[in-house]
Design a protein around this ligand. Structure first.
Ligand SMILES: *Cc1c(COP(=O)(O)O)cnc(C)c1O
Length: 452
């Protein structure tokens, strides 16, 4: 029986000649691979008994066409972020402004003066496109851009603390996201980790004692972005470390990671800022995506000599930013020069969205979705994300749908990702971009079995 069915399996050629495949407009390599995959699967199913009959040629060709379509779909694609987490590391952190995306697009399509000085007609430096802007915006003497903040921290330690003892509080020996562990990074950079204080309490005297012992020549502070120790706690402030560093003539380095560029704006008031940190630390490192809503990049800013030493270090070449990053970063920094334009950048706009605005948006979305499934507007809590202020939540409004819609929405042409909470699927409107409602409506209509 099985043999008989296997014999009647259509030949590759017949399947490929079927209009559903042949006229699909998909490239030949994908059609062929899909036809083979569908036939192989059917063969395996007949063997195992999972299939006991042959589907018709039309059905097979249609299945192969869908598979071919899957093969052609880019792996990295746009999704709708309805999680309410603004800087979602798994979803690519910051959406860029049109201006920043356009700058990257133009840099990508053609040649550019990436490392060419157009005034003088000689070789130039790639850092020059962003260094002045960074200095002007932060007030720092020097600034350097690298490909992410992990690189900035590593380069800072490699260039300024290699072979030296670096004091760090036990409460700040953190792991940030997948496998960025401060102790491991320090070991690789050649810096010698000297733990001071305890997990919950570290005083400036602990650092002073480490300096007294002779084992320490650098002070490091790390902003524990993604966790919080509560209760009986104490830490030395950056200001205190700065005073100690100055008194003992040792550098103070700070991994800020996330935070705000300057005080004010839509960031929560408890956010540490880059401009303030630069008053106290010799070098401050941060993520351009977390801090500015820009492209993935790391920024090191601080004293002229320290930044110059980092730029000279051979490792700087290993972590240098590419032209797309620099183009998008320059455009983002230019936006930050104008308060109005900065507020309109996608990330600040999402963080700054007011309760009334969010509620109205959630109501409008719920109304649009209500013909397809039961849905209500709920008041919940969202997060900034990007490892920023774990204990700080944002007042959020979401549309609550049956949890069964989670999978169909995730599998939609443009995947829609929400948050499952207490057996319901929440679509948080804070992180929706203009036009995302159309995608959500089509996905829900399809997922709920209605007409899009
Ligand atoms: C996010 C973060 C990092 C890592 O930055 P990436 O840009 O993800 O490389 C390092 N340190 C701190 C404190 C952070 O918040």
């Amino acid at each position: 029986m099985e043999q008989e069915l296997l014999r009647r399996l259509p030949k590759m050629d017949r399947l490929l000649a079927h209009p559903a495949l042949a006229e699909s407009g998909l490239p030949y390599h994908a059609r062929k691979a899909a036809a083979r995959a569908v036939l192989d699967q059917l063969r395996a199913n007949l063997h195992s008994g999972a299939a006991v009959d042959l589907p018709g040629l039309d059905a097979l060709a249609e299945a192969a066409a869908r598979t071919a379509q899957d093969f052609c779909r880019p792996s990295l694609r746009r999704v709708v972020n309805a999680t309410g987490v603004v800087l979602h590391t798994n979803l690519g952190r910051a959406p860029l402004s049109r201006r920043a995306a356009q700058a990257a697009y133009e840099a990508a399509l053609g040649y550019s003066n990436l490392e060419y000085d157009l005034e003088r007609g000689v070789r130039g430096g790639r850092q020059e496109h962003t260094a002045d802007l960074l200095r002007a915006l932060t007030g720092a003497e020097g600034a350097l851009c690298v490909n992410n903040n992990a690189s900035a921290v590593f380069l800072m330690l490699a260039a300024l603390a290699c072979g030296k003892g670096v004091a760090i509080s036990r409460g700040e020996l953190v792991e940030i996201g997948g496998s960025f562990r401060i102790p491991d990074i320090m070991a690789r950079s050649g810096a010698r980790l000297v733990e001071v204080g305890t997990t919950n309490k570290t005083r400036v005297q602990d650092y002073a004692a480490a300096l007294d012992s002779g084992a320490v020549q650098v002070l490091l502070k790390v902003h524990p972005s993604n966790f919080k120790v509560v209760g009986f706690t104490q830490e030395a402030s950056l200001e205190e470390l700065s005073a100690l560093g100055r008194a003992r003539n040792v550098p103070v380095l700070f991994d800020l990671g996330s935070g705000a560029l300057r005080p004010g704006g839509p960031w929560p008031a408890s956010y540490p800022t880059l401009t303030e940190s630069l008053r106290w630390a010799d070098v401050v490192c941060c993520s351009a995506d977390k801090l500015l809503g820009g492209p993935q990049a790391g920024i090191a800013a601080g004293r002229r000599a320290a930044i110059a030493a980092m730029a000279r270090d051979p490792f700087a070449r290993v972590v240098r930013p590419d032209k797309l990053t620099l183009a998008a970063l320059e455009a983002t920094l230019r936006a930050w020069q104008d308060p109005e334009e900065a507020r309109a950048l996608p990330v600040p706009a999402m963080l700054g969205a007011g309760p009334a605005q969010l509620e109205a948006r959630a109501m409008a979305l719920a109304e649009r979705l209500s013909p397809f499934c039961p849905c209500t507007v709920v008041h919940t809590q969202g997060q900034v994300g990007g490892g920023a202020l774990p204990d700080e939540t944002l007042a959020a409004w979401a549309v609550e749908l049956p949890a069964g819609l989670e999978e169909p929405l995730r599998r939609w042409e443009v995947p829609v990702l929400g948050r499952v909470h207490r057996g319901k699927l929440l679509l948080d409107v804070r992180t929706l971009l203009p036009g995302d409602e159309d995608v959500v409506a089509a996905a829900v209509a399809h997922g709920a079995g209605g007409e899009p």
